[in-house]
Design a protein around this ligand. Sequence first.
Ligand code: GLN
Length: 498
Amino acid sequence: SSSTTSSSALRTPPIGSDVEALNAGVNALTSVSSERSTGGYGQLHGLSIAIKDNICTSSLPTTCSSAILQQYQSPFDATVVRLLRDAGAHIVGKTNCDEFGMGSLNLNSVHGPVINPFQTAPNVPAAQMEHRSAGGSSGGSAASVAAGICDAALGTDTGGSVRLPASYCGVVGLKPSYGIISRWGVISFADSLDCVGILGKSVGIVKRVFDTVATYDPRDPTAATPDLRERACQFNSPFLSVTTSTHQPRSLEGLRIGVPIEYFPSELDPSIVDVLRTVLRRLGEAGAALTSVTVPATQYTLSAYYVIASAEASSNLARFDSVRYGLRTAPPPGANTSKSSDVFAHSRCAGLGKEVQKRILLGTYALTADAFDNYFLQAQRIRGHVRRDFDRVFRHPCALLERPFPPEDGVDVLLHPSAIRTAPPLDRRAQESHSGGKAALGLSEYLQDIMTVPASLAGLPALSIPAGTGADRWPVGVSVVGQWGCDNLVMHVGKAIE
Ligand code: GLN
């Protein structure tokens, strides 16, 4: 149920009644801060920011939208939260998400689904809202920005969880290069893919937050070192001289944009292609050179992603054993409780939703001696192909490689639709059966990630920008993807689109 966001559970900060009113019917927040402000006067002073509920906060619970962590309160702030507080941002509250980040529609949550606040008519009363998905898994983060609850929100993106909800809700969403923003204090789903992402109303706000949180953190062993950041900057700075002011005619002179031919699957809604075409025409008129490119391994990425992400999840989620933290449930009467493994099993069955259990089982299987070669190793091989595909199309050398040889005629960025469709309608039956994470996903939900997963496997920066509306008048996002470390270039181009 959505009990934690019901009016009785919302604490009342000075702005509480406003937040409560804005959150009504949307269910974007799982808890609301009672702090007035941090009192700091840093570069984010005056900005209110919501935090996805899988990022640890010492002042508010961190539930991961899971029954197993429903009572959990972290004793510390994640590095990203500390950086935001130090910069003077006001933390508004925690946002609803798919359980442990697993899902694409924000239906797998113990707090209930998030309802997309975008409506085709203005001022629709909560009772008459058209119920569409806010996307997932960072659905509450995207919805809280779209509903005007906060200026920006942090999400996490493992395979598309920032970009997909950004596209569905009509806001900007950045998945940065892997390792650029600290993951210390972020509850892991698949740690070789997990990135903290930023959602905001404009690229400008996203960039302000990015500039504050994208720093080296010695506590995160996968963080890009200062040397590596410096190297990426050297490689990419010449290209940042491209001006992107939309007021100047031909301001994108010198920029090369690639459109990957594999990103037009049969499932793609034709009205989304129309939006992309309009964006490309505008960018072309501003002087950008457009070309089609090919990234052939794309067809295998969804399968590879779900093997790798599930394998890592099965290991990461082993820590929820009901001993150190989290829910512990009484075994049924008569059960043999003398074995600790019985306690683990009962608590994990009761505390983890069906989709999470499915991923743990799939991931454990993929790592068994019998299946390892056929599944896990193959998936890792595909991941290598995906990386090489991207290195072959970008003109920027990859800062992670010892001796990069970028192609002469490479592109600066790629442009493609963020999703295959606009926000899917939530039918009541699906909402009820999913609510509380009781059901596992159908195949079509996995398909939602088809556009976003390749950049995740390669660790590349990707930004979804609202670019128009589909045939049903709901938002359509387009994505700009760059070489590793080219986050600023990606945002630079994003500004020309918005
Ligand atoms: N939808 C994808 C999944 O369920 C991606 C989730 C994410 O990026 N956290 O795994």
